[in-house]
Write a protein that binds this ligand. Sequence first.
Ligand code: FPP
Length: 280
Amino acid sequence: MKHPGDTAAPGGEGTVLPEAELLARIDFLRLPRHVAVIMDGNGRWARRRGLPRVAGHRAGIASVRDIVEASARLGIEALTLYAFSRENWQRPRGEVNALMRLLREYLARELATLQEKNVRFRAIGFVEDLPPEVRRALAETEEATSRNTGMDFRIALSYSGRSEIARAARRLAEEAVLGKVRPEEIDEEAIAARLDTADLPDPDLLVRTSGELRVSNFLLWQIAYAELWVTPVLWPDFRRRHLYEAILDYQRRERRFGRVTADQEARERAAAAARRRRTP
Ligand code: FPP
């Protein structure tokens, strides 16, 4: 089946590459170390089918399962999924409750797979805002998978990038008051060490589904140099073939981190030399 956003074969003939072909094209030596995903479009997916929004969230769980498994299989070091923002508490109570219920269902059903795939699970965000039974389920899954050595899988819950940075600043201020840190020691590293992702590399690739061109307060500090990949595919339709497309696109890009590449530098030096040769 053709999905919007599918990769057409080179040559522009519009043929969709089979999933196995996409996988075969991935350069495993240049995988993004950390992939972050803004899962969006569950509501629209449901509306298009005349279903309640919650049906879209439920369908989105199959995508979560597929992407976690595919990422672990590829050998990606870390995967962070944005499941619930601090702003999402303003949604209708029924929808919030349903999301919490789905999350618990997911954790209960997926534990065996996470163990089998050697995945270490952790929640990030303002987890203390969540209902006690959800916190308990999260803590149990974290504890049960804590000794796994494969992919780090994070779910962002009651998450806000700005609040996370503010919390890091507050921690530093408290430490300064106690004399544990001197103001002149507060640098980028000190802030990064107090974020929820302190033990992970920054995301190299940020995927957003359903076509919106926003970062929606997600990992604001950490995505400073992430490559963005936006697809019109709605989250419940997102499968590993779309992840492969995102990774292939990422691998076609030249990452410069504000610098110029050695290649670019060499080209510019050659051009300058040519100009000098032409100048009498
Ligand atoms: C955005 O779609 C999606 C969410 C707010 C929730 C994501 C949740 C899941 C995929 C299921 C539960 C999660 C886990 C980790 C088991 P939207 O509702 O904003 O869609 P819309 O923009 O089309 O309305």
